[in-house]
Design a protein around this ligand. Structure first.
Ligand SMILES: [Zn+2]
Length: 320
């Protein structure tokens, strides 16, 4: 039987990254194309088609052997309908991305999902969540991204609107969020929130060891408070403790709703490894509602890094 090939695309506001895979999951080649809001929808679709062809060529795969394409796209994505319901940053509304790209590719099947959902599917199928049928990926970055995988499939909800855990309320009337509401999870558990709180703690504690690690506020990063906390600095330890509490409470909300076998934590902050996750495991497993079920929830680090979205899009393509 002739070999079959698949392309997974991670679409973003600055670039689209594509990976070429064979049906056995071998990652054969990678390519990128720039994206920009000013290009408009039609040009972006053409560029994506060009990207698919170029990554096939780069990996030595005949275009005629291409069996499916998957895309993880920003915005609210209705995977079942193959539609971008809305991608606010690019001004896209109700775009039939799957069929429009498929038409540019001579009818090769195309499947799409939200980018965070695709990353969660990538980790679930090929990364940290391989052992589990039910897992949730939480990515701690500028915001908090999340994707829910139940029974090996993305839980998209009505018109793809589910899995926006970054905007569940953790503090009623709390810190304002760009989404227009207050007290969202990402205002407490994102890397941005961690930086904000680290700087505040430094100004409240001029004698803190954090000033030695970051002599000016511009030098503060996601590691500053963790490094100082490990050295025994009280203000940093307090900050880390608070961060862990909010992260754990958000995880608890998700687990009490969906009870996955694993929570997978990605993004820069997850680089703290067990120093971050061990207290989160303790907190979550102590407070988990399902008291009758003594099988502890696994809380683990993501394994695929920035490639999770491409792997997830490949998983979508296999299903196309
Ligand atoms: Zn919000």
């Amino acid at each position: 039987m002739a070999a079959k090939y698949y392309v997974g695309i991670d679409l973003g506001g600055m670039s689209a990254k594509a990976g070429l895979f064979d049906e056995g999951g071998k990652y054969l080649a990678k390519d990128t194309v720039k994206t920009s809001k000013s290009d408009g929808y039609a040009v972006t679709v053409k560029d994506l088609a060009g990207l698919v062809r170029s990554v096939c060529e780069k990996g030595g795969a005949a275009f005629s052997a291409l069996s499916g394409v998957g895309i993880g796209s920003p915005g609210i994505i209705d995977g079942g309908a193959g539609k971008v319901v809305s991608w606010t940053n690019f001004g896209w509304e109700d775009k039939s991305l799957a069929s429009d790209l498929s038409a540019q590719l001579g009818g090769v099947p195309v499947k799409i999902s939200n980018d965070a959902n695709a990353a969660a599917l990538g980790e679930a199928k090929f990364g940290a969540g391989k052992k589990y049928t039910d897992s949730i990926l939480i990515t701690l970055g500028t915001g908090v991204g999340s994707g829910i995988i139940l029974n090996g499939k993305i839980f998209e909800g009505f018109r793809g609107g589910a899995g926006e855990a970054g905007h569940m309320t953790i503090v009623v009337g709390g810190i304002p969020c760009p989404c227009g509401r207050r007290g969202c999870f990402e205002q407490y558990a994102s890397a941005t929130a961690l930086l904000r709180d680290t700087k505040r703690a430094m100004f409240e504690h001029k004698d803190s060891a954090m000033w030695k690690i970051a002599p000016s506020p511009e030098q503060v990063d996601g590691r500053t408070s963790f490094t100082a906390a490990k050295e025994g600095d009280a203000a940093a330890q307090e900050g880390v403790k608070n961060y862990i509490m909010y992260l754990s409470e958000g995880i608890l909300n998700l687990v009490n709703c969906f009870r996955p076998q694993a929570i997978i934590v990605g993004g820069g902050v997850s680089g703290q490894g067990d120093y971050l996750l061990e207290p989160v495991r303790k907190y979550v497993n102590e407070h988990l509602f399902v008291g009758f079920d003594r099988i502890p929830l696994a809380i683990i680090c993501a394994a695929l890094g920035n490639d999770a979205g491409i792997w997830g899009a490949y998983a979508l393509a296999l299903d196309a």
